[in-house]
Design a protein around this ligand. Structure first.
Ligand code: NAD
Ligand code: GLY
Length: 369
């Protein structure tokens, strides 16, 4: 049984964080509704941050939709990709804000996937010591995870998401219809973060994903709506208890310790974030199994689902030492000791250490030799 409550309203999830609370709106076509933006902080100007892939698809629609609320709507279009989640991209946003003489009430809109959301959120946290921002996620991964919860960051060449801030958006507006243009590989990457919520918090949701994976891969609108809604409900429940990851929020990083090592080890952008997380969940499940926290049947079941979702289940051969090196700079590490999110029992998770020798065995079993 999951402890994460269902939202009383289909298409709406609340994040309860006192004076930083906000709503997630989930619907097909919501991007075009001027009502979606009602009640946001009043401002003369808005800046939409997007990238060269999203802009031709959705920029004109967002501009038309928010136009009634602002005197000026500016645009900053960044290059596309994880490799551009950098200081240079952040600087381009500040150049645009200052170039247009944007004041401290200016509202930033992040139109795109998790890369745009994370950079824009960090820019909003920094510009004039903080301006409001709105997440308009257009990938499955961003709709079920990265747009929610206020983690913002850029990468450093030596580590993933190493420079950033906790900074909550004013609102999250998920237009499910944008998922129709998503490449199949990106849809699968998003499914990794959907699958994640089952083992850590809600085994009934894992059962549902197993049953409806074909519908999700076929982009059935009802299946996608349920997957986004339930994922956001679980994330809202976790973040509502632990906004700044002093404890339980770490469970949202299931698969990410191994996954971030894969991303950093191969070079950012070679594997998609969701692909690395999918494979990382296989490794973390196998480590849980070796520690006696779950049985082989559970690890096999999760591995099979991840494979059916079109995600890699065998890691790249970076070498055990390279994996350990990257995992020691993970934000969850303490004093150089790596801590993993492990399943114990299925449906809940814990942050635990493990002997290097055991981790090495898991890596040897899970990576291409
Ligand atoms: P992404 O932002 O790179 O988007 C994936 C690709 O899809 C890009 O090429 C993008 O231009 C394109 N795209 C976006 N929307 C599209 C659409 N509707 N149609 C066609 N193409 C579209 O990747 P992502 O998977 O969305 O996000 C991954 C990033 O999110 C990583 O940097 C990861 O670290 C971060 N993340 C952050 C959090 C958080 O809590 N802040 C959580 C999970 C992941
Ligand atoms: N995606 C991990 C978190 O939001 O905490």
């Amino acid at each position: 049984m999951s402890k994460a409550p269902n939202s009383p309203h289909a298409g709406q999830v609340s994040i309860d964080l006192g004076d930083r609370s906000y709503e997630i709106q989930i619907a097909s076509g919501v991007l075009d509704s001027p009502l979606a933006w009602q009640g946001l902080p009043r401002a003369a100007a808005a800046l939409i941050v997007t990238n060269e892939t999203d802009a031709p698809l959705y920029l004109a629609r967002l501009q038309a939709s928010i136009q009634p609320h602002y005197t000026q709507v500016h645009v900053c279009t960044l290059p596309d990709g994880e490799a551009y989640k950098t200081w240079e991209s952040l600087q381009l946003i500040f150049d645009a804000l200052l170039g247009h003489a944007c004041d401290r009430k200016t509202v930033l809109f992040a139109l795109g996937g998790g890369v745009i959301g994370d950079i824009t959120g960090f820019a909003a946290a920094c510009y004039m010591r903080g301006v409001p921002f709105v997440q308009v996620p257009t990938t499955l991964l961003a709709q079920v995870d990265s747009s929610v919860g206020g983690k913002t960051a850029i990468n450093h060449p030596m580590g993933k998401n190493m420079v950033g801030a906790f900074y909550q958006p004013e609102r999250v507006v998920c237009d499910l219809s944008t998922l129709s243009t998503l490449p199949a590989r990106e849809l699968s990457a998003g499914l990794a973060e959907v699958i994640k919520y089952g083992p850590i918090a809600d085994m009934a949701f894992l059962d549902w994903i197993e049953l409806h994976l074909g519908d999700l891969l076929a982009r059935d609108p009802q299946a996608l709506a349920h997957a986004v809604q339930r994922s956001c409900e679980i994330k809202a429940w976790v973040v509502g208890q632990d906004e700044r990851e002093a404890g339980i929020r770490a469970i949202l990083n299931f698969g990410h310790t191994f996954g971030h090592a894969i991303e950093a080890g191969l070079g950012f952008g070679v594997w998609l974030h969701g692909e690395a997380v999918g494979c990382g969940m296989v490794m973390a499940a196998r480590l849980s199994q070796r520690l006696g926290l779950v049985d082989a049947a559970f690890a096999d079941r999760l591995t099979a689902l991840i494979a059916r979702a079109g995600l890699p289940t065998v890691g790249p051969d970076l070498g055990v030492q390279a994996y350990l090196h990257h995992m020691r700079v993970d934000k969850k590490a303490e004093g150089g000791d790596i801590r993993f999110v492990l399943i114990d029992p299925p449906g809940s998770a814990k942050l635990l250490g493990a002997p290097d020798a055991l981790v090495a065995e898991v890596l040897q079993a899970c990576c291409l030799a």
